[in-house]
Structures are given as C-alpha cells and as structure tokens.
Design a protein around this ligand. Sequence first.
Ligand code: C2E
Ligand code: MG
Ligand code: MG
Ligand code: MG
Length: 275
Amino acid sequence: QAKEAGRNAVRFFDPRMQRSVEAIATLESDLRQAIHEGQLQLYYQVQVDRDRRPVGAEALVRWMHPLRGMVPPAQFIPFAEESSLILDIGHWVLDEACRQIAAWSHHERTRQLVLAVNISARQFKQPGFVEQVAAVIRKHGIQPARLKLELTESIALEEIGVITAKMHALRSELGISLSLDDFGTGYSSLSYLKRLPLDQIKIDQGFVRDMTVDSSDAVMVKTIIDMAHNFDLEVIAEGVETAAQLELLEQYGCVVFQGYLFGRPVPAAEFEAHL
Ligand code: C2E
Ligand code: MG
Ligand code: MG
Ligand code: MG
C-alpha cells in the first residue's frame, strides 16, 4: 500500500504532468492541512569556514506527508509559489527558524551560528514583510545578527527602489544579514548587484558541481568570487561534494562552504549531535 502511495506521489507531484483541476485542489488542501497539522519540518545543513569550523546553517523545509513520506521542497514550493500558500509556508518557516535560533542561543556550541532562511520572491514582495520579520524576531527574543535571509535574483520583479529600501530596513534597522542565493543563474547585471545592500553571495551549486570538469564553470566561479570580494561581499559556495572542488574553491579565494562534503541537511537533533 505504501508502494501504491509512493507511485501516486510521483504522478501527483510531478510538475511536468498536466495537473487536473482536481489534483491541484487536492494538493492545495493537503498543503494547507500540512501547515496547520505540523507536517512541515525544517532540516539544517551546516556551513563551514576555511578551518572547517561550523559558522552557520541553512534551514531547508521538508513536508512529512503521512502517506507519501518525506516530500522535498522542489515538489511543493514551486506549486505553493503560484498561490498565497507560499506566504503561509514562509511565515511558518521563519517562525520555526527563529524558535530554533532561540533554542541554540542557550548552548555554547550553537550560540554563534547564523541561520539562513530561504525567502521566496512573493514573500519578500508582500507589504509588511519587514514588519513580519521584526515581529518574529521579537516574539522569540533572538539576536537579529543570528538570522540571515536568502533572497534570489527573482526579487528583481519589484522596482529597484522598493527592493533596496526593504533590504536596507532589514539590514540596517533590524540588523539581520542578507545573502543572494543561486547567484549566476539569473539575469542581474553588475550595476544592479552593486546597488543591492547585501552581505553575502551564494555561488549556485550548478557551477560548483561542474567546475572541476568544465573550464567555463571554473571561470564563472572564479569571476564570481573576485567580483564579490571587490564589492566587499562574503562569498559562499554551495553544493560542495568533493575534495577536488573544495581545493579549487580555496585556490580561488572562497572561504565559506556548504555541501554534502561537510554534511547533508538533517533534523535539528542530528545537526547538534554532529557539531
Ligand atoms: P537552495 O536554497 O539553493 O538550497 C540548496 C539545495 O541544495 C538544498 O536542496 C540542499 O539540500 C541541496 N544541497 C546542499 N548541498 C548539496 C550538495 O553537496 N550536493 C547536492 N546535489 N545538493 C546539495 P533542497 O533542500 O531540496 O531545497 C531545494 C530548494 O527548495 C532550495 O534551494 C530552495 O530554493 C527551496 N527551499 C527549501 N526550503 C525552503 C524554504 O523554507 N522556503 C523557500 N521559499 N524555499 C525553500
Ligand atoms: Mg538557499
Ligand atoms: Mg541555492
Ligand atoms: Mg537552488
């Protein structure tokens, strides 16, 4: 029966399939239920510095479906982004991440970690987003410096003045940090990047994956690192899986890393045990 459910799950969530009205309605109500019944869970993936010391983590959402098992975000986040569901999920993620930061603040080995939370463009765009973040920080009584938001170039849908004002409020008024995720995959120009108040750029894992076998990807990585440093931005490489990738990244001057080489995304208890 589980196998049956598993097979259905593949059909059900496969974004390439034409979704029937009925299937969409089911997925939507399932996901609403998931938020309210506690089926969402955050996993944590470690980020390390040049000495391989843990400096932070990225929170990555999972849907623990009662029949389908663990559903990865790629199978429901894009769907949720088509509706206001992403706002509910995003709010839950932010709240849960800040609750975790508060819990970590009580322990020697975790209190210095900075937790990065993925923010969808639609979530960032909603009026009152800055106030929402401020309220969640206040609710959990956390140090804002322990929270980092990961934005993607898709926020560019909004007017640049509005974007920079919001980012400025988050950084300078609230005191949290901002990272630009999946960098290199979007269309932002250098002048656009220069105007964004950022702390960090995250090199997309696609470039990291192929940098040891494809010289054009290696050039991309090197260029992004040099550019980040020229703009006074920290740069983190994601998707680091091999010692060869790490070596080349270090040679290019990258000093913060995330990837299976250092640890997979795991539940909080497991994350703490591995520190
Ligand atoms: P992302 O933010 O770029 O996250 C990195 C993805 O790469 C994660 O996949 C992570 O598990 C995976 N990864 C990390 N290290 C390695 C590695 O060494 N090799 C490989 N092959 N993969 C690695 P995951 O958890 O499936 O998340 C996929 C995407 O879903 C995320 O990409 C992000 O765009 C989105 N997402 C995840 N959680 C959230 C969330 O809470 N809110 C929003 N809005 N989006 C989320
Ligand atoms: Mg991310
Ligand atoms: Mg990424
Ligand atoms: Mg990605």
